[in-house]
Ligand binder design. Structure first.
Ligand SMILES: NC(=O)c1ccc[n+]([C@@H]2O[C@H](COP(=O)([O-])OP(=O)(O)OC[C@H]3O[C@@H](n4cnc5c(N)ncnc54)[C@H](O)[C@@H]3O)[C@@H](O)[C@H]2O)c1
Length: 249
């Protein structure tokens, strides 16, 4: 029996990278998987992979930076499956490197709108359902940049520090209602998010990592399964770095 047997699992940004690996890992653990991603993505190949694993799966369009869209996606999920057990708030974007005094303010606004305000909208509507049900599990995708500064990435760093703040607030405010929230902080993971990366920067990151490689989306997905399942039943407000040892140095 899987660790998420028959659980209804909602994953934002589920069509690519860490979100996709988490959808597949949840399906292998017996979950019903709701892939929530931008309406513009081609979600059919992902749904096929999930169905090939024998999972009940569906796609809901969502733009996490739009509160009405988030509310609708969660309502659609609950209407279809009758409840929501686990949410992985994973949708997010990177940003071009820039020093703070030269930062394009539009870049700041966009990163905060998706990575931080988007997380707030997601947890707001997930919690409305969880409070009604009397239980629920939230897993938030932050970043190692939620724990330490990444020079040149101030909106990203600020947004991910904010995600940890949201996670801790949920933990202390809703723990007594059988609702728990935890966060995952990966260092660089080999996903389409890094597709425009300059090879020298990539080499620099690998050099900085004691394990001398980038992480894999599947390695982050396993942390998600831990936090989503009863294996972590007493974890609430926990923050897990997945970084090949970077933080230890
Ligand atoms: N890849 C890394 O090195 C890394 C490291 C630390 C943290 N993270 C975080 O992990 C999460 C997933 O990153 P990834 O590497 O898998 O990226 P990715 O680009 O492969 O996937 C991101 C997904 O989010 C979706 N998305 C983007 N904007 C959205 C929006 N407004 N509404 C809904 N969906 C939207 C995209 O369509 C895509 O499917 C992000 O929050 C990212 O910040 C990634």
């Amino acid at each position: 029996m899987g660790k998420l047997e028959k659980k209804v699992v909602f994953i934002t940004g589920g069509n690519s990278g860490i979100g996709l690996a988490s959808c597949l890992a949840a399906a292998r653990e017996g979950a019903t998987v709701v892939v929530a991603d931008l309406a513009s993505v081609n979600h059919e190949p992902v749904l096929k992979q999930l169905k090939d694993l024998g999972a009940e799966a569906s796609f809901v369009p969502i733009d996490v930076s739009d509160s009405a869209s988030v509310k609708k996606a969660i309502e659609t999920t609950v209407e279809k499956y009758g409840r929501l057990d686990v949410a992985l708030n994973n949708a997010g974007i990177g940003a071009p490197y820039s020093s703070i005094h030269e930062m394009d303010e539009k870049v700041w606004d966009r990163v905060i709108a998706i990575n931080l305000t988007g997380q707030f909208y997601c947890v707001k509507y997930e919690l409305q359902q969880f409070v009604k049900q009397g239980y629920g599990v939230i897993v938030n995708l932050a970043s190692l940049a939620g724990l330490v500064a990444e020079p040149g990435l101030v909106p990203y760093t600020a947004s991910k520090h904010g995600v940890l703040g949201i996670t801790k607030n949920i933990a202390v405010q809703y723990g007594h209602q059988n609702i728990r929230a935890n966060a995952i902080c990966p260092y660089y993971i080999d996903t389409p998010l890094l597709k425009d990366l300059n090879a020298n920067v990539r080499d620099k990151w690998i050099e900085r990592t004691p394990m001398k490689r980038l992480g894999k989306a599947e390695e982050v997905a396993q942390a998600f399964i831990f936090f989503a399942s009863d294996d972590s039943s007493y974890c609430n407000g926990s923050i897990l770095a997945i970084d090949g040892g970077v933080l230890a140095g």
